[in-house]
Design a protein around this ligand. Structure first.
Ligand SMILES: C[C@H](O)[C@H](O)[C@H]1CNC2=NC(N)=NC(=O)C2=N1
Length: 120
């Protein structure tokens, strides 16, 4: 089962964060993702315009709500969306963060196809 097919587990307060080496291993399956200066799993997506960034934010928001696991999301530089995920309950990274990232990747490839079809 790929990360994107998994479901997020409920975030139990105090669950220890995953090891750095496990995190590095899972990063191999997530092109363009990294661990930022705050220890969050992060990626910045770039779009053709502001509204595409906002529309993709909405798609990720629906995934997060469905999974009960919510990344920080920042629309920046008018056409970029930065996602930053960590598990508040663990004050660190857990597999949930990688599941959200993998689902965002899958949503992004679908969104790119949608945009290509819409192009005149
Ligand atoms: C009660 C609710 O499920 C929890 O507070 C969830 C909500 N979304 C969450 N999102 C993230 N990123 N980390 C959490 O610990 C978390 N906990």
């Amino acid at each position: 089962m790929t990360l994107a097919d998994k479901k997020c587990a409920p975030c139990e307060l105090g669950t220890p964060p995953m090891s750095r080496q496990w995190a590095e291993k899972l990063l191999n399956d997530l092109p363009g993702w990294g661990i930022d200066e705050n220890g969050k799993l992060a990626k910045t997506y770039t779009f053709n315009n502001f509204m595409d960034a906002v529309h993709f934010l909405d798609k990720v928001a629906k995934i997060a709500e469905e999974e009960g696991h919510h990344p920080d999301m920042c629309v920046q530089n008018y056409n970029q969306l930065k996602l930053m995920s960590w598990t508040h309950a663990s004050k660190g990274l857990t597999e949930n963060d990688f599941i959200i990232a993998a689902k965002a990747e899958r949503a992004f490839s679908g969104f790119q196809k949608e945009l290509a079809c819409a192009m005149p």
